[in-house]
Design a protein around this ligand. Sequence first.
Ligand code: MN
Length: 231
Amino acid sequence: MSYVFNPAPVVSVPVFGSTQRFPVHRIYCVGRNYEEHAKEMGFSGREAPFFFMKPADALVVVNPGETASMPYPTLTKNLHHEIELVVALGKGGRNIAAADAHKHIFGYAVGLDMTRRDLQNEMKKLGRPWSISKGFDHSAPIGAITPAADAPDIASAEISLQVNAQQRQRSQISKLIWNISEVIEHLSAAWELQSGDLIYTGTPEGVGAVVSGDSMSAGITGLQSITVTVG
Ligand code: MN
């Protein structure tokens, strides 16, 4: 069999402590999953989870010990940072019960759900899809994935982001409105999940703009921190 042109390479993320890499299938994202962030965006924080997606090749992979950079995207004057816990699935399934969700998790990583906030606000107002504001090229920086067995206390971890060494976001994973297991239950009712899927679980309060030259440092207790500069 041959293709009419070379297929795109498999997108993959390093696994911390291993020479093997995690091959990425899809990227799901949860909207407004911390109460204080929902409030800062003008909502009550008490709604059912909702989802959007980013293309797998929107990832910007940050290797352990390295700094990565993402270009400042076109069409925006208000690029926002959103630090998020990313859940990496090692096993797929549909209609996964929350109680069984842990069996499907391969590991965890630190991610950034970069957002063209001005375009997102415009699309919300017009009732149009969010794709242009969320799923653009280089919109999903991610660090190495730590296997779940090496990150046993993730549910009580702290999550924080600094821009140019100044604190912008700081919260706890325990403040997720819908926890990791509940997110997997809801997602797997809507899609058949696959091994290789990544789930960006939502951002806490404190989102804000970055400009060219800024340096974002993002960390979650027990996971590989990432530093990403905006080009
Ligand atoms: Mn987000």
